[in-house]
Design a protein around this ligand. Structure first.
Ligand code: ADP
Ligand code: MG
Length: 696
């Protein structure tokens, strides 16, 4: 095997030049890129498209498939601004096979007159069947003969951040690719894996698939270019996992005596007793934490199994021993809920709970940082803002990370560094994501695993029903009747496109419609763009019963806990993955009232989507749902949709690449032991802050 001089070649490679060496990259864009871990040309080249659009041909309107992005061409028949519930511009386009409506909610007056009758228009977007017709909301479009949206090859779509459009990514990558041509990156796996394709060719292929590329092969993740890079990525991931585990085990951690009097007092104050599974897992945590080695433990438990309680006990033991606790959640909404919960539990015990999110600014932020650094508060709840460099603790003893799959190994790691001196805190990760054991071992390879395999007694099963969207009025009546009886309900909206903005528009429109249909019901709305105060106020009103019906985007997916809510409506359920649906359904069935979940779908529904929804109808067990998910989903049902529910990979996708993973594990062990420098470079190459990306 080839051995490498430490750091020798990398600094020489032209690919290590900063992105500012590209045309069109100024200070501002460079800093945006740096925020998401892209500094060099090589970083840019390893930022891969996550899906492709097929604009290689025009689809006849009659041949459009619901929800499947397509390019159409036709003549404008009419264009008009309607001022119904929502002011919008509607453009009727016809080809020789049928009629389509383009729908714009945001538009300028100039656009209206552009669409002259008879003008030829091309539009690319997501077709959606509504009523008897088909429409496309906010398609990309071109007017006039001379120009065309048709492209020779598949169009890459990059994960992005606000302020960076797809055309910018394409322009930058095109430049980087032309440099790549004469300057291939170092093949760190040379001699270790057998290549059917060189690293440089694989990279070039994925950024710019040639016109003759096999679409179905790419869709299935089976192209040699994908396999080559997926393999490398999985090896890098396994190296990171090993490294984390190893380096953590080299540290010392505070020994926390079990069953502190505070934890005992807390348990006595609860209106219920812990389940046997909660007790067993609490015991496992206590045993780990009593040692002076950092605990690295994942607690897996289905939605509603009571993971928070187990974490709270570990937190109280930690505080009882004189150490601090950091409790982190992936979304503001969930973090706020935990903050409210833990405050209610801990403040009677004389333990104040601090709050820190990305939106805690100025004086408030300085105040919290001071309290944490001086040790005046024993516990802080927050979002990934807790990772930031200037957050210091006096003596951090325990980190709790809720919904661990939303965070990367790297992020957890940077919190672990916040221990005092040589001491590292214990780490407890919680997840409801029901992934099969075999995959969990790999995804969370650096963690020991405990399972809460029992739900608190008295939980009523959630009855799940599939219902056609055309029975929406009946559903609305049912919601109204339930609310009149004193029940509470969620109505979750998903837009027809993967876009925050459209999700919110859909939720707002639904709220308006429901207010109209149910004038006597108190209806609220939550979505990701509200300020934390607005969100908190709405959630509090819902929790206290002042609001009876809560319309929401999928922001309520994780952790939201309102036991009196017993009815869940999920609109466009066919568009969501099983894991997400299972999570959403988990928001009801938390109290003693029998609960219902209505999965509303629109025709035509694909076979796979239908099977998915049936799984939910038949089972409420997270593990059964997960196994079925893997079996049904099979290789890439949707182009580039990766829904692993675990560490976010760039190229690799599970279970499609499961066989590569097993090999990757073995290779990683070998590299880790014998080639530390190569290992380091591989990890560097694939490291990054994926969590910040929006998938558009
Ligand atoms: P999850 O595992 O989904 O995070 P939570 O920790 O949010 O579940 O718990 C769900 C609900 O169940 C909370 O209202 C919690 O107070 C309650 N709970 C937890 N443990 C028990 C128990 N042993 N008996 C009854 N209710 C419980
Ligand atoms: Mg939870």
């Amino acid at each position: 095997m080839r051995s490498l001089q430490p750091g020798a070649h990398l600094s020489q490679s032209i690919l290590q030049k900063p992105v500012t060496s590209l045309r069109g990259v100024g200070e501002k864009m460079a800093s945006r890129l740096a925020d998401i871990g892209i500094q060099s040309l090589e970083d840019l080249l390893f930022h891969f498209p996550y899906r492709y659009q097929d604009r290689t041909r025009v689809t006849p309107i009659a041949g459009l498939r619901d929800q499947l992005d397509a390019l159409v061409e036709g003549e404008v028949r009419a264009a008009a601004v309607t001022s119904g519930r929502r002011r919008s511009l509607l453009v009727k386009v016809e080809d020789s096979t049928g009629l389509l409506t383009l729908r714009f909610f945001h538009f300028r007056q100039a656009q209206v007159s552009q669409f002259r009758q008879g003008a030829v228009v091309q539009a690319f977007g997501t077709p959606r069947r509504v009523g008897g017709g088909i429409d496309m909301i906010h398609p990309e479009y071109r007017l006039g003969e001379g120009t065309s949206l048709v492209e020779a090859a598949l169009t890459p779509i990059y994960p992005t951040v606000s302020g960076m459009g797809q055309s910018t990514w394409r322009k930058l990558c095109r430049q980087a690719l032309s440099i790549l041509e004469n300057n291939p990156p170092v093949d760190l796996l040379h001699d270790i894996i057998e290549d059917r394709i060189t690293l440089a060719a694989a990279i070039a292929f994925l950024h710019n698939p040639p016109p003759n590329a096999e679409l179905s092969q790419i869709r299935d993740g089976n192209h040699p270019a994908q396999l080559r890079l997926a393999q490398e990525e999985l090896i890098a991931h396994q190296l990171t996992v090993q490294g984390v585990r190893d380096s953590e085990r080299r540290h010392k951690a505070p020994s926390i005596p079990p069953a502190s009097s505070m934890a005992e007092q807390f348990l006595k104050s609860l209106p219920f007793t812990p389940t046997a599974a909660q007790d067993r897992v609490a015991q496992e945590l206590a045993t780990d934490m009593a040692k002076n080695l950092p605990m690295l433990r994942l607690v897996q438990g289905d939605v509603g199994s009571g993971k928070t309680l187990v974490a709270a006990r570990a937190a109280l033991d930690t505080i009882g021993a004189g150490y601090q606790v950091a409790f982190m959640a992936p979304t503001e909404l969930l973090a706020e809920q935990h903050h409210a919960n833990l405050s209610a539990w801990f403040e009677p015990l004389g333990q104040p709970v601090a709050w820190l999110s990305g939106r805690t600014k100025g004086k408030a932020r300085a105040g919290v940082l001071e309290e944490l650094a001086s040790g005046r508060v024993p516990i802080v709840v927050g979002t990934h803002a807790l990772f930031q460099d200037d957050v210091e603790f006096k003596n951090l003893g325990l980190i709790v990370v809720d919904e661990q799959h939303r965070f990367g190994v790297h992020q957890r790691l940077s919190l672990a560094d916040k221990g005092s001196g040589e001491m590292h805190p214990h780490q407890l990760a919680l997840t409801a994501t029901p992934i099969p054991r075999s995959l969990a071992m790999v995804a969370y390879g650096d963690l020991d695993c405990s399972v809460i395999d029992e739900l608190p007694p008295g939980r009523q099963p959630v009855t799940t029903t599939l219902i056609d969207h055309n029975r929406r009025d009946a559903v609305i009546r049912r919601v109204g009747a339930a609310c009149e009886e004193g029940r509470q309900a969620y109505w979750v909206c998903t837009a027809i496109e993967e876009s925050d903005t459209l999700d919110i528009e859909a939720a707002e429109a639904t709220r308006d419609r429901l207010i109209e249909a149910l004038p006597n019901i108190r209806i609220g709305l939550v979505h990701g763009r509200l300020t934390p105060a607005e969100k908190a106020a709405t959630m509090a009103q819902f929790k206290e019963g002042q609001l009876q019906l809560l319309v929401a985007t999928t922001v309520i997916e994780v952790g939201v806990d309102v036991p009196n809510a017993s009815l869940m409506i999920i609109d466009n359920a066919e568009r969501l993955g099983l894991a997400q649906l299972h999570q959403l359904r988990g928001r009801v069935g938390r109290g003693a009232i029998d609960s219902h979940c209505l999965l509303m779908f629109r025709q035509p529904i694909s076979d796979t989507a239908q099977r998915r929804l049936q799984v939910l109808q038949e089972s409420q067990d997270g593990f059964v749902v997960a196994e079925a998910d893997l079996a049904i989903r099979g290789p890439g049902e949707l182009l580039g949709t990766r829904q692993t529910g675990m560490a976010e990979f760039r190229i690799a996708s599970l279970p499609e690449h499961e066989s590569l993973l097993i090999e990757a594990q073995a290779i990683a062990v070998h590299l880790y032991q014998h080639h530390p420098q190569k290992s380091h470079e591989l990890m560097q190459r694939w490291a990054g802050t994926r969590a910040d990306f929006a998938r558009v």
